[in-house]
Write a protein that binds this ligand. Structure first.
Ligand code: ADP
Ligand code: ADP
Length: 227
């Protein structure tokens, strides 16, 4: 689905990604682990075309994303992203947050967008919060709204950048439960996380990044039993 070939990303004089080669397959859940500063976040941002590679290329369904004719807009619709900080619009209700892109990007009527948004909120266990304002929710609930917002676009793939790192420990479980459900439904997911339990149970594949490179690519069974 996504092929990364000789990817390099340099900031100033620092090589943050140094020749990464990886293929991501459809319906696979990949967890990316590794120390802070390893380049995990930069790597995800390259996959989503938020960063431009210094060298190398990324193919999406066989098409070169750096090609002038490549449909960046389509990729942005296909590849959803969930960040550490959920960035909900504070002056819009929960359901309006989920509806927004449906109306603006997908050009849905408000009525249809609301229906769809309510269905997505139901999926993340928040249908009873549709008409409240985001600030009245816990961090974990806000992150679930952000996931509902990403799901509303019917993405073919979801990227998560430390989705639970900003949450109080007691709120992490609910967000991971939603992610586990998506994984079980066959969503293609790439998850940068420090949640080892989640990685061990849910991932099909673990990538370990260090110093701008993928230094290990293994199944959880192999990864977590190696000394
Ligand atoms: P990780 O997600 O593994 O913690 P990052 O991808 O966030 O790693 O960062 C890797 C390195 O790249 C860090 O040293 C960081 O300071 C640097 N970096 C990230 N983004 C930028 C940027 N926009 N400009 C300069 N340096 C950056
Ligand atoms: P995280 O690792 O959680 O993604 P960071 O604090 O590393 O968050 O980065 C937050 C933002 O700051 C990102 O957009 C990243 O590109 C940018 N950034 C990180 N390090 C640097 C840096 N050394 N110089 C400039 N921008 C940076």
């Amino acid at each position: 689905m996504m092929q990364v070939c000789n990817l390099k990303k340099q900031f100033n004089n620092i090589m943050v990604l140094d020749d990464v080669n990886i293929d991501f397959n459809t319906k696979e859940v990949t967890c990316i682990l590794g120390p802070s500063g390893a380049g995990k976040s930069t790597f995800l941002r390259c996959l989503n075309l938020l960063e431009e590679p210094t060298a190398g290329k990324i193919l999406y369904n066989g098409k070169n994303t750096l090609d002038e004719k490549f449909d960046v807009r389509q990729l942005r619709e296909d590849v959803g992203m969930v960040f550490q900080h959920f960035n909900l619009f504070p002056l819009k209700s929960v359901v309006e947050n989920v509806m927004l892109a449906l109306v603006l990007v997908k050009k849905m009527s408000k009525k249809m967008a609301r229906e769809k948004a309510l269905a997505m909120l139901d999926k993340v266990g928040l249908s009873d919060k549709a008409d409240v304002m985001p600030h009245t929710l816990s961090g974990g609930q806000q992150q679930r709204v952000a996931i509902a917002r990403a799901l509303a676009m019917e993405p073919k793939m979801l990227l998560f950048d430390e989705p639970t790192s900003a949450l109080d420990p007691e709120l992490v479980g609910d967000v991971l439960a939603v992610m586990r459900k998506l994984a079980n439904e066959g969503m293609t997911m790439i998850v940068v996380t420090h949640e080892m339990g989640f990685a061990k149970e849910v991932a099909d594949r673990i990538l370990f990044m260090a110093d701008g490179n993928v230094v290990e690519d293994a199944s959880p069974d192999v990864f977590f039993t190696n000394p």
